[in-house]
Design a protein around this ligand. Structure first.
Ligand SMILES: Nc1ncnc2c1ncn2[C@@H]1O[C@H](COP(=O)(O)OP(=O)(O)O)[C@@H](O)[C@H]1O
Ligand SMILES: [Mg+2]
Length: 284
């Protein structure tokens, strides 16, 4: 059975997509795991970090993105084909990483988002993606879901797939304040799902401190998080903290081919690798 992990936070810009893509690439390339990235965010950041604009446009033209899945619900059609929509061997490392696949998103999802949400009577929309993914469960070791910063019906369809979730945070006051809210809300939503599917269970895998700097207020806030986590107020923090590094703004450029994962992530590779190690360990 695949381990399905959602990367989520109600705040944007905290590193969900960046850390998800790095985790996916490292799992596939360094650990030889079969990995599927599901991009649920209409901003399509994960998609365009893993495939060229051109490939994405072609997929979008041919209705081979998650937009079609949700559009089918609106229009009562069945045009979405998961096998055809999965893009194989994605990433700009070594012309694509064997074992790394992508179910792409589309900016067109924005146009139908409200309509889709309106259809979510009896969690109809929440159940859509899980039905599709059922046939893939044994094909992948890990499925990583990139969630938009909300807990709407589309996001919930990803949460319903997931056994685990990871919350990246920036150790600033606002993010820290929002953190308990995120956890509470996911917990509440999970209980809603349990009401129609008693087998459902999702656990927090941990909180990633991202964009860390070893000075005030970042280090004091990170320590506060450690204490809260120790007291059980918030889930466990990952021991690996990700520093604020300019390397991360360069990696999003898919058009620049990289020959190895170490070349792509430079000095940050070992830190990211430690994080992935922890993720694997916690999934057991
Ligand atoms: N550790 C980091 N150091 C420097 N920049 C980062 C770091 N993590 C993320 N970023 C940058 O911050 C921006 C937002 O990150 P992103 O992963 O898109 O966040 P989210 O998916 O939560 O909205 C991106 O431009 C990304 O390159
Ligand atoms: Mg994102």
């Amino acid at each position: 059975m695949s381990k399905v992990i959602s990367f989520i936070n109600l705040k944007g810009g905290v590193g969900k997509t960046t850390l998800l893509v790095a985790t996916a690439e490292i799992l596939a390339k360094e650990y030889n795991k079969k990995v599927l990235v599901i991009d649920l965010d209409p901003q399509t950041n994960a998609t365009v970090m893993l495939v060229s604009q051109e490939s994405w446009k072609e997929a979008n033209r041919n209705n081979r993105t998650l937009h079609q899945l949700f559009l089918d619900e609106v229009e009562g059609t069945e045009a979405f084909n998961i096998e055809k929509s999965i893009m194989k061997n994605v990433s700009n490392i070594n012309n694509g990483i064997e074992n790394l696949d992508l179910l792409p998103s589309s900016i067109d999802l924005i146009d139908i988002h409200d309509e889709v949400s309106g259809l979510n009577v009896k969690n109809r929309v929440v159940k859509i993606l899980k039905k599709q993914i059922a046939s893939l469960e044994n094909r992948y070791d890990y499925i990583l879901v990139d969630c938009p910063p909300n807990l709407g019906a589309v996001t919930m369809s990803g949460i319903y797939l997931s056994n685990y979730y990871i919350v990246p945070v920036i150790p600033d006051t606002l993010s820290t304040y929002g953190l308990t809210q995120v956890i509470k809300k996911i917990d509440m939503k999970a209980r809603e799902i349990k009401r129609f599917d008693e087998k459902y269970d999702i656990k927090p895998l941990g909180i990633i401190v991202n964009r860390y700097r070893d000075n005030k207020p970042y280090n004091t806030i990170a320590s506060t998080l450690e204490v809260k986590s120790y007291n059980g107020e918030i889930p466990k923090l990952f021991q690996t903290r990700i520093g604020i590094k300019s390397q991360f703004s360069n990696i999003s450029d898919i058009e620049k081919d990289k020959s190895t994962i170490r070349q792509k992530y430079g000095q940050e590779f070992s830190v990211l690798n430690n994080l992935v190690n922890e993720i694997i360990g916690r999934c057991k």
